[in-house]
Structures are given as C-alpha cells and as structure tokens.
Design a binder for this molecule. Structure first.
Ligand code: SF4
Length: 369
C-alpha cells in the first residue's frame, strides 16, 4: 500500500453539524450548532460521483452531526443531485426515526445504520442535550424500523473492553435484528480527550470472546471479526500481500460548507497552527477530482504518508492494519508521522491477537503437539 488512490470507494457527506444528542464520548466540535449543507455543495460532489459510479458500485454515506436533524425536505434536496445508481447510507442515532422517516428511507432507497452501544446499561454515555439517558428513544426508533421491515446495520462503541462483556453484547445484537455489526473501541479524538488505554490482556480477551460468540451463531456480519478471519486465511494461503488495496482510499469527507478533508472524517472542523484546517480544498471553489489529484500536497497528508511508511517498516501487524487512521495519530500524538497509538493497540493489534487466541484455544485435539 503506497500513496493515495485517485478514486475513492465512498464519499462521506456531512449534511449538517447539529446533533440532537450530546453523547459524552462524541468527537464532533460543532454538534450544538445548526449549520446545514447548501444544495450547491451536494451538486458539486454529485457530478464526479456519477462518473465514478459508472465503473462500479459507489456509496455516499450521510454522517453528520445527526443527519436526520437536517429534516426530510432538506435531506431530499441534498440527495436529489445524485440521481439513480448510487447507494446512499445514513448513520443515525435512531432517536428521530418514525414512520415518516421510514417512508423516506424506502422512497430514496437509503440504507440505515444505527448507533447503539448494546443493552441499556452500556448506553450511559448516550445522553440528550438535557443530560437525560437517550436509550429509550434509540430503541423506539429501532423498533419502528423493525415494525416496517427495514433492514439495518448497527455501530456499537465499547468504552471498557474486558472479559465478560462481548458474549452478552453479541446476544443483544442478535436479538436486535441488525444484519451487519461494527464494534468500535472508544477512541480519543476530536473533542473527546478521555484516555483510551486499557490492559492488553483485557482487550485481547474481549475480542477473543466476541469471536467465540459469533462462531456459535454467525447470523450477523461482524465487521472486525470477518475482516480478521479473511486476513488470517490469506496469510495461510500466502496471499496476504494482495489483501489491502494498493493505495490508500482517500475517503473524502465533504463538510457542510463544501470543504474536503481526506482520509479521516474526524479531522473535519478542527484547526491546528501547523496544519491549518486539515482541508485539501473546497468543492465550491475547485472540482473534487482536482482536489483528490493534489491530495499528497496537503502538508499533513505528506506527513501521514511518512507515518504509514514507518509502520510498514516497523510493525508486524502492518499487512492487517495498513497504518490505521490519520486522526488517531493526530489526536493522540499531535502529529501524523508516528506509529503506534492506543487506538491501533485496542482495535488492530489486540483484535488480531484475540482472533489468534481463539484459534489456539479451539484447535482440534492432537494439533499442536
Ligand atoms: S498496528 Fe499501529 S503501528 Fe502497526 S501498522 Fe497499524 S497503525 Fe501502524
């Protein structure tokens, strides 16, 4: 993996900055402010997306703020320039989902992913702007999706990964009825400055237990575990070098005002004396294709590519991880050319170790001497 691809596999659109919740681990800096994306920004992005979609499947991910806080009318206006043949996804806290939103998802063929952290006891960080628990409202929204027969994915943040947590979490999501599940160990990024260092053995045991739970009933696509197993299988086949894409996916994030942040959506809205606002341009001033073509000239990106190179040379997990995310380096170390972070320890290194521990514990009798 070297350099940055000129064509992404998906684009992240921030239709607004506002969120109706105020979760304590949230990284978003302007979630109390209502700044909406003008339709001109969506139109400028849609032009190039239509071209990319001609050569294969292409996704647009609407991820705010809380995208549903944009309102149906305005979100429909933002979707309109994209035309047909584009896969739209929305990442939502689910609290605003009602029958009218379900009609919207069906009419616009929007795929829904809900953010929920497992059973009620694990959702203590998910609170309203008045400081009250949001869990009941989240579940009410998800129940509406289920009643309407709308399939959905789920994204779960785990603040305290340790033994005894994963099996119950997985059972919860089996009952919830999601078809895809992503597990994120809480990260220190954006305005969330809480430490994310955990005991190595606890995090490894968490992942190992999750693999065991999934293998008992693999009804849900479990993002992290399936990717790990693919990697392990590729190592055994001798094809691991072909698994990661040749170039980094630029993952353009289009902020509400049209500015483009590449590689790490979490950097949007931040400013640093050395790196400026992290943006590589604005789609209202320059075509997105040109912005992508000049990506490596953005100073922090050049520094990040040095960091990825340092990972390649020093880290035995590089083939699995690919250097992880730029934002974690910045928010943990204040720069991009470092290597290990607590994020990559929790979510890459210990994930793979957990999968391997599970495999060692479940060897057929007689294997391994
Ligand atoms: S696990 Fe960490 S140190 Fe290793 S390649 Fe990934 S980001 Fe770099």
């Amino acid at each position: 993996m070297r350099g940055i691809a000129s064509v992404p596999t998906y684009v992240v659109m921030q239709p607004n900055t506002l969120c109706n919740l105020d979760c304590s681990y949230c990284y978003l800096p302007f979630r109390q402010v209502d700044k909406r994306m003008p339709v001109e920004v969506a139109a400028a992005v849609a032009e190039l997306v239509a071209e990319w979609a001609r050569s294969g499947r292409f996704s647009v991910v609407w991820h705010g703020g809380e995208p549903l806080a944009t309102g149906r009318e305005h979100l429909a206006a933002l979707l309109a320039p994209f035309g047909s043949g584009i896969e739209h996804h929305v990442q939502t806290n689910a609290t605003l989902i009602d029958d009218a939103w379900c009609d919207f998802f069906i009419e616009h063929q929007v795929r829904v992913s809900v953010s929920v952290d497992g059973p009620e006891a694990y959702n203590g960080e998910r609170i309203t702007r008045g400081g009250r628990p949001a869990y009941d409202r989240i579940v009410r929204g998800i129940d509406t999706l289920r009643r309407r027969g709308i399939p959905f994915s789920a994204l779960c943040v785990v603040g305290d990964p340790r033994p005894g947590v994963a099996a119950g979490l997985y059972d919860y999501f089996l009952d919830l009825g999601c078809d895809v599940l992503g597990i994120n160990v809480e990260e220190r990024e954006g305005v969330n400055t809480r430490a994310n260092r955990h005991e190595a053995a606890d995090v490894t045991a968490f992942w190992s237990e999750l693999v065991a739970a999934w293998r008992r009933e693999p009804r849900i696509h479990l993002r992290e575990v399936e990717w790990s197993l693919r990697y392990v299988a590729a190592v055994l086949d001798g094809t691991a070098d072909d698994l990661l894409p040749r170039r980094l996916d630029p993952i353009p994030t289009i902020a509400y005002d049209g500015s483009v942040v590449l590689l790490s959506p979490e950097l949007a809205g931040f400013h640093d004396p050395r790196y400026g606002d992290f943006s590589s341009g604005n789609v209202l001033e320059r075509p997105l294709g040109e912005i992508l073509a000049g990506a490596a000239a953005t100073p922090w990106i050049a520094e990040f590519l040095d960091g990825v190179q340092a990972c390649r040379q020093s880290c035995p997990y590089f083939g699995f991880c690919g250097g992880a995310h730029a934002a974690n380096r910045y928010f943990e170390h204040g720069r991009f050319d470092t290597t290990e972070t607590d994020h990559c320890r929790n979510s890459k290194i210990r994930l793979l170790e957990g999968v391997l521990d599970h495999a060692r514990d479940h060897q057929p009798t007689g294997v391994g001497g």
